[in-house]
Ligand binder design. Structure first.
Ligand SMILES: [Zn+2]
Length: 416
């Protein structure tokens, strides 16, 4: 089972916008680019909203039917480990195996010895097409890298085999994610990690390394974009080198997590995948629900009232809401508007402050990040919020589709 060359993480907090999201992919297809939708919702998000993995499957199936989507689509068990995979087995056909917590845990020395023995052929100086300087690996470095990553990859193998035993071989897509580790992986580390993944027999379709810079939720990349471009192309080069030599799927590609809204690196990503003729998977940060808020604000009336209420309650509960996301948001509290100020805004002003348009002078990334974690408040509004989503559906859908197509799909997959 293969994922396809380009794929994009979709789905949303409240499970209402699948059809509007598919409309963006249908437009891409009309422009000649096939992108496979992958619904994903993390365990954390399920806990806060009170949904179950089966709800995501139902939403995906219903949206695909309603939109008349004829292509492949998947439902991702996002960032799972052995302790929480069970709830996802039946309804997911894509498993993102997260072994970040095993990274740095030392493998048994006998395991390291046999790994180093088996991959002695990797010791030396490699000319990797696409990387200017030779990639050097001596035995002690090989041993060090195995010491850092082997236990994590072994764990990934264990999770993969567990899922495979339950679902059957070839019945699901596997991603290995290492994006939540502390340090980015160097090219030579990625090479050794891929060797270990091949050793474990994991037919990984995607791998999510950690890149340098910050991938905060719902806002632009923060870091050195030129440095990112170099890292990204090196990773592409290493993957191309590895799939030609190791028993790995030839379709293995990079996966970028929290990839929505990273406008300042989309040019580098688009250029990289073209230069290397590579595929790409992009996961998003679940910001579609912010388009719902934008749609509500623009609709005016009770829609704008709900948008203001979500803001005022989020501001009052800022510590509680930001807690679970502390490492992936950066809010400058001095730059948050007061409830009184927001109370005077028109729907257009509310939408402009929230919409991720860096060129707009009143766009406020602090407000955007706070509202992004404020979905718990919207969930607690319950029927009032959900009824407004139904009532203002056309305005909301328009914003959901435009955000996905114009700000994400187009710059990533349709330029050049
Ligand atoms: Zn991730």
């Amino acid at each position: 089972m293969h994922l396809g060359r380009y794929s994009f993480g979709i789905g949303d907090r409240f499970g209402r916008q699948g059809r509007a999201q598919l409309a963006a992919l249908i437009e891409a297809k009309r422009q000649g680019v096939d992108i496979v939708p992958v619904w994903n919702k993390s365990n954390r998000e399920h806990g806060i909203i009170g949904t179950k993995p089966a709800d995501v499957r139902n939403e995906a199936d219903a949206a695909v039917q309603a939109a008349g989507w004829g292509g492949a689509y998947f439902v991702d068990a996002d960032h799972i480990g052995l302790d929480n995979v069970e709830a996802f087995i039946e309804t997911s056909d894509f498993f993102t195996i997260d072994v970040a917590e095993f990274t740095g845990k030392r493998a048994r020395s006998a395991d390291i010895d046999s790994f180093v023995e088996g991959w002695r052929g990797l010791v030396g100086s490699h000319r990797i097409d696409g990387i200017r300087e030779p990639v050097e690996l001596d035995e002690s470095r090989l041993r060090d890298i195995a010491g850092t990553y082997l236990a994590a990859v072994r764990q990934a193998g264990e999770i993969f085999r567990h899922v495979e035993a339950r679902k059957g071989p070839g019945r699901f897509i596997t991603e290995v994610s290492m994006d939540e580790t502390d340090a980015p992986q160097t090219p030579v580390e990625l090479l050794v990690i891929l060797a270990a993944i091949a050793d474990e027999g994991i037919p990984a379709e995607t791998i999510a390394p950690k890149f340098s810079g910050r991938f905060n939720k719902g806002v632009d990349y923060r870091g050195d974009a030129a440095q990112f471009a170099v890292e990204f192309e090196r990773d592409l080069a290493v993957i191309r080198f590895a799939v030609e030599r190791f028993p790995l799927p030839h379709t293995l590609k990079l996966s970028i997590h929290s990839g929505s809204d990273k406008f300042s690196i989309y040019g580098a990503i688009a250029a990289g995948i073209r230069r290397f003729d590579a595929g790409l998977h992009v996961k998003t940060a679940g910001t579609t629900w912010l388009e719902e808020l934008i749609g509500l604000a623009l609709a005016g009336g009770d829609g704008l009232g709900i948008a203001r209420d979500v803001y005022s309650q989020s501001l009052a509960r800022i510590d509680e809401l930001c807690g679970p996301y502390a490492t992936v948001i950066d809010i400058d509290r001095r730059k948050l508007p007061t409830v009184a100020e927001v109370g005077k805004w028109t729907g257009e002003e509310f939408a402009a402050a929230l919409r991720h348009d860096p060129a707009c002078p009143i766009y406020n990334p602090n407000l955007r990040q706070l509202l992004h974690v404020g979905y718990r408040v919207a969930a607690e509004l319950g029927p009032r919020f959900l009824a407004a989503l139904d009532r203002y559906e056309p305005t909301i859908a328009e914003n959901v589709t435009a955000n996905l197509y114009e700000r994400h799909i187009h710059p990533l997959f349709l330029v050049g």
